[in-house]
Write a protein that binds this ligand. Sequence first.
Ligand code: SF4
Ligand code: SF4
Length: 446
Amino acid sequence: MSAKADNLVEKVRRAGVVGAGGAGFPTWKKIDARVETVIVNGAECEPLLRNDQQVMAARASEMVRGLALTMAATGASRGVIALKKKYTTAIAALEGEIAGEEGISLHLLDSVYPAGDEFVLVYEVTGKVIPPGEIPLKVGVLVSNVETFVNISAAERGEPVITRCLTVTGAVREAKTLFLPVGTTLEAAVNLAGGATVEDWTIVTGGPMMGEAVADPRVPLTKTTSAVIVLPSGHPVVTRKTASLEFDIRITQAICCQCDYCTLVCPRALLGHNFKPHIVMRQVAMGLPIPGSPGVSSAAQCCNCDLCGVYSCPMYLPIGRLNKQVAGRMKEWEWEPAPRLESYRPSPLREYSLIPVSRLTARLGLEAYDRPAPLEETDYSPPRVEIPLKQGIGRPAEPVVGEGDRVRKGQLIADLEPGTMGATSHASIAGKIEKVTPESITIAAS
Ligand code: SF4
Ligand code: SF4
């Protein structure tokens, strides 16, 4: 690795950049590699989300700079910004920025779900199928989210990650997209959007398909919080996410009719992976666990997109959630991953099986909330922030400040030994350290 690339990896590590679109994989680790192609994931396929498309429009220059830096560091000759055809404002902004940038192009996607799944995106852009259980690096590709590249660009200038762009929508007075300090409460984000319009509400973070229902709105937003969606607590999107495992198993036992529609629509199965979710559900219907049952260990190939359960299953069964349970217990049950095939060939029916986001939104009962959430540039500074020490994959960062210390905005407050999987944390507001626990650091503004 060249000294220049090494320099960027270290700067990104120090700035605490993590993948903004998903599980929060430490970005320094991801860019510490050699690849042929770097893909900016601007698919934003979850219904109701509006943040990535607006970041691409409002921060086009920064994002393209982050992409070019990443290409230089990884030796990639090709950089692709993959986004929906319908994001016309972002496309116009990006076309201006990439003119004259060697090797960088746009790849326009249809508005289908889950276009942003890494396996699907890599296939759409390169025509290569990532084998099950592998990562894009296996086929010479690096994929990261829009905001991650903006953060790489800032990190190169020595600026740490202290804000997060998120869509605040659903049952709120005024849906908005905001950059807020990391550690702001979800409740404060709801208030900035004019508050909830229903009496009894629950927040879903991330997205209605793959996101989580949050029991306490006072929890802080993190570097990976892409959306705060307020819904009536009795909405099917909420009740689906809060059902117990026992309920999920019992309802599967009662009504899975083995029609195999889940397998027919599954994006991983359509890429040619040897994965049949209806077989997993058959075994679940017979009771968990069933060590050694054929086909069940392929549950680990599920990306938990929930498309099958929400869209194709006539019984609306929680197939993604159950696959996650099965995959999570494979180690405990000493199951081997499903055997690899020689090669993976997408189904000839794949292009006819892609599901439009608009139809999914209707199926979820979210049409009433499908509206713009314009980006509002705000300098909102909360009176207090709680910054989690673990905001993604890896070890929690170790506090380097103590209670009573004064910190400035952007100051390092939790660190990790270089080379340790994880991400550093920085003060997102200026103030006094109020509390340090093994999980988080609270700062009171001053
Ligand atoms: S689509 Fe639903 S009912 Fe049909 S096999 Fe899959 S889980 Fe069972
Ligand atoms: S949730 Fe369903 S559609 Fe999505 S990857 Fe898993 S099995 Fe396939």
